[in-house]
Design a protein around this ligand. Structure first.
Ligand SMILES: NC(=O)c1ccc[n+]([C@@H]2O[C@H](COP(=O)([O-])OP(=O)(O)OC[C@H]3O[C@@H](n4cnc5c(N)ncnc54)[C@H](OP(=O)(O)O)[C@@H]3O)[C@@H](O)[C@H]2O)c1
Length: 226
């Protein structure tokens, strides 16, 4: 059973989701939370990740490190989105099995579901239709991560868990002009328009698409709960 001294490795702790998880764990009194920045441990590097696990033996892993971005970044860097995410998750999930971690949370994304999936989306709709093309590479990596967890669970009786958040927002989000997500991109546009006394902003798309949003601290709570 997890306790306040358990070794918990939170990857991507400088990011939107990871930073919220670390904050919440600390508030709850967990004393042994391990973090590494990308420059300290590039999770794409199999040997370095294996050495890290061998040395530190984390018991619980919440994997919130990933190559993440909005429509612009996804369209522009599909190779990075596919390669980086496959590497990161393969290394983490395999090490969790190899070094007998007690549990791992793998964070995917709701974009794994078909673009025209019936609403509300149900788990069984996975792989029943075409993905949204703009983030296909990212979604395929995430689907591979889910299937990897599922396959380890099936073959080796592990209990790896996958959570699929929808559009996430909150403190420490990226407001980058090109790489930000839907909500921070709108916040930036409104902020800049206000500063320049502009009367309108231009948004992408037809305006017909519907999005589901989740506050980042709620995701952190869910990760810790699971
Ligand atoms: N944000 C959303 O709307 C959303 C929605 C659904 C699911 N998710 C999922 O939630 C998780 C966290 O997303 P987020 O929004 O928190 O992303 P984020 O703010 O971009 O944070 C990602 C973190 O991962 C780190 N990272 C990236 N590549 C790495 C590597 N090769 N080695 C080590 N660390 C690396 C980044 O470090 P650097 O900053 O140094 O690169 C950053 O700290 C991801 O799995 C994402 O798919 C997010």
């Amino acid at each position: 059973m997890i306790n306040k001294k358990s070794k918990i490795f939170v990857t991507g702790h400088k990011g939107l989701v990871g930073s919220s998880i670390v904050k919440k764990l600390s508030k709850l009194g967990f004393k042994n939370v391990i973090t590494r920045t990308k420059s300290q441990l590039d999770l794409r590097n199999q040997i370095k990740v294996e050495n890290f696990f061998k040395k530190n033996k984390p018991e619980y892993i919440i994997n919130s490190a990933a190559k993440v971005g909005g429509i612009f970044a996804n369209e522009r860097y599909p190779a990075d989105f596919l390669y980086d995410n496959l590497q990161i998750q393969n290394n983490i999930i395999h090490c969790c099995y190899k070094f007998k971690a007690k549990d791992v949370i793998f964070l995917g994304s709701s974009c794994i579901y078909p673009r025209l999936a019936k609403q509300p989306i149900k788990e069984q709709y996975l792989l029943t239709g075409k993905l949204e093309v703009t983030n296909e590479a990212y979604a395929i990596a995430k689907i591979a991560g889910i299937k990897l967890c599922e396959s380890f669970n099936k073959q080796y009786k592990t209990n790896f868990k996958c959570l699929m958040p929808s559009n996430t927002y909150g403190p420490r989000d990226s407001y980058d002009k090109f790489n930000s997500h839907f909500l921070p991109a709108i916040i930036r546009k409104v902020y800049e328009a206000k500063k320049k006394h502009k009367k309108y902003i231009t948004l992408w798309g037809s305006g017909k698409a519907k999005r589901e949003m989740v506050f980042v601290d709620d995701i952190a709570e869910a990760c810790i709960f699971f």
